[in-house]
Design a protein around this ligand. Sequence first.
Ligand code: ZN
Length: 185
Amino acid sequence: MASPYEIRVFGDPVLRNRASDVTDIDGKLAKLADDMLVTMYDEPGIGLAAPQVGVQKRFFVYDLGDDPQILINPVIEASEGEWWYEEGCLSVPGLYWDIKRPKLVHITGLDLDGNDISIEADELEARLFQHELDHLDGVLLIDHLDDDTRKSAMRTLRERFLGIEKAPEKKRKLRLPGKGGISLP
Ligand code: ZN
């Protein structure tokens, strides 16, 4: 079974744009979220932001092992501490970097019923939220690297994603076996 969506990968300009607020929480959005969850579980990943399937709206889906969740128009209200973690991204498959981010975040947003959501998140959950929110702002992992690491990462990315972008058999062939770290969306 094919996923409902192809995940956009590095080099796709949609990943670099700022997404706009969701204005209508309706059946269409619910269907989109469902399809994104199927795509996310297929990978597998633990989160997926709308721009990663080409939709420039501010929401993401995730599942940290409890239940599928959605957060619409999320805002990080506060953050605290710092935590290093090896982070990957479904839009930059097969590559992982140690990245420092705040350890705790307080995030707010809406669910599919339009209810206010407020979550105090720590460690992996906090990391997931920050990573997904980055996608809504057009920010990718490489933007968090220091200059030297970013330069070498860019070389790898250009070879891996841009150089063979036009090859007819792209996509699946690009996928490397996962090695360590959880693939955050
Ligand atoms: Zn990602």
